[in-house]
Design a protein. Structure first.
Length: 414
């Protein structure tokens, strides 16, 4: 599986970009590349004719495109809507959306068109506001209270009011971030592609401190795990599979720890990092799944399992669910990492979402599979026809998947 990656340097630039996008790889841009683009944030009303006329990029049609409601072939699907009809009509090869959307205050918020961020009311499926940006979104939008935090390719982070689209503040990081944001108290934490950990004041956007985790060597896996906070320390993972803990109030290094070494090409910490009873559960792209003791004076691995290339993970109740590059899905007992069940889906797993009784799996090429969480038995499957890179959204017991073609699909969640 990794043979093509070793030969990436021999590919032309366009081929390298396509392969990296398809496999979920990323590399931080050079300073020169970052200097070429600057974000210009400006809130706009629901229908901004002046803004549209002033740009070469057309906004998605503001009329409602309705394809809502189940069909006889898909009784489990609640409906589908094209968020950008023009893009869907073009059927672009390898259309990809690394950031996706977020739901806040009944608004679906994200990038609906190139260089445009919008807010669409789910109840009416009509756009309420627009914000113009000269760089694409790279990080999953974070939903905090009545506001949303967004990260862009040029290293900007922006906080906006969900209902009005008003820009509350912007901050400039050294590189862009692709990981989910973490809000702890009044501090927002963001990890950049260059492995810098930023602490920002959530009210003002002011940078409180920066910790340099060391620039990653070569390509890394897109995304990565959200940081966690434990005993006034912020813990985040690196491309080398290492865990770094820094003081939450000062950004000073507390400790670094690598739970396992192997000869795999990629070691990135992916999926959910979860704290439970003084233990930190992690999953890495090289297949390492481990429970690490943080309560003692010395960090040590309590349990460890090696699976075939982990792409994502999610913790729910008394189960740790793991998705793999070969399409396998595992349910592990967090007390001992015993395999409760294993299911072969036949397609690389990109996202896992756990409901009360069901586990929802997003795969490459837009395949969704719903499993019974207790047994792993298949409940239903659907094919969306376009890539799924971000976890689905949950609102009022409805699961929303968005694709690279910017189509929105809704399913009843159990």
């Amino acid at each position: 599986m990794f043979a093509p990656l070793i030969r990436l340097r021999r590919l032309p630039a366009l081929s390298l970009l396509f392969v990296a996008t398809t496999l979920g790889l990323t590399c931080a841009p050079s300073d020169a590349a970052r200097a070429e683009t600057t974000a210009a944030w400006a809130s706009s009303p629901a229908e901004p004719p002046a803004a549209v006329a002033a740009t070469d990029k057309a906004l998605p049609a503001l009329q409602v495109i309705r394809q809502w409601g189940p069909t006889p072939e898909r009784p489990f699907r609640l409906g589908m809507q094209r968020l950008n009809p023009a893009l869907d009509k073009e059927k672009q090869l390898a259309a990809f959306d690394p950031a996706g959307y977020v739901i806040n205050s009944g608004m679906l918020i994200g990038s609906f068109a190139d260089q445009w961020i919008g807010g669409m009311a789910l109840a009416t499926r009509r756009y309420q506001w627009w914000v113009e940006a000269k760089a694409s979104l790279t990080a999953p939008p974070g939903s905090f209270g009545s506001s949303v935090v967004l990260g862009t390719r040029d290293g900007h982070v922006m906080r906006i009011d969900a209902l009005s689209g008003k820009v509350l503040w912007t901050a400039n990081l050294d590189y862009f971030t692709e990981r989910p944001f973490l809000l702890s108290g009044t501090t927002l934490y963001a990890v950049t592609a260059a492995q810098g950990l930023y602490a920002l004041d959530f009210q003002t956007g002011k940078t409180l401190w920066i910790f340099d985790g060391g620039f990653p060597e070569g390509l890394t896996i897109r995304g990565g795990a959200r940081p966690v906070v434990y005993e006034n320390k912020v813990i985040f993972g690196t491309a080398a599979g290492e865990l770094i803990a820094v003081a939450a109030d000062s950004g000073k290094l507390a400790w670094r720890y690598n739970p396992a070494y192997n000869t795999a090409r990629f070691h990135d910490v992916v999926g959910d990092m979860v704290l439970r009873g003084g233990r930190l559960f992690i999953s890495r792209y090289d297949g390492i799944v481990a429970a690490i003791d943080l309560a003692g004076s010395v960090r040590k691995v309590l349990w460890q399992e090696t699976l075939p290339g982990v792409t994502t993970s999610v913790f729910r109740g008394d189960r740790y669910y793991i998705g793999c590059l070969n399409g396998d899905v595992f349910a592990l007992d967090p007390d001992n990492l015993r395999k409760v069940w294993r299911k072969v889906t036949g397609i690389p797993v990109t996202t896992l979402t756990a409901g009360e009784t069901s586990l929802f799996i997003g795969g490459t090429a837009g395949r969704i599979t719903a499993l019974q969480a207790s047994t792993g038995n298949v409940l239903w499957a659907d094919q969306l026809g376009s890539s799924i890179a971000t976890p689905p959204l949950v609102e009022e017991n409805v699961l929303y998947y968005s694709t690279g073609m910017k189509n929105l699909y809704a399913y009843k969640m159990k």
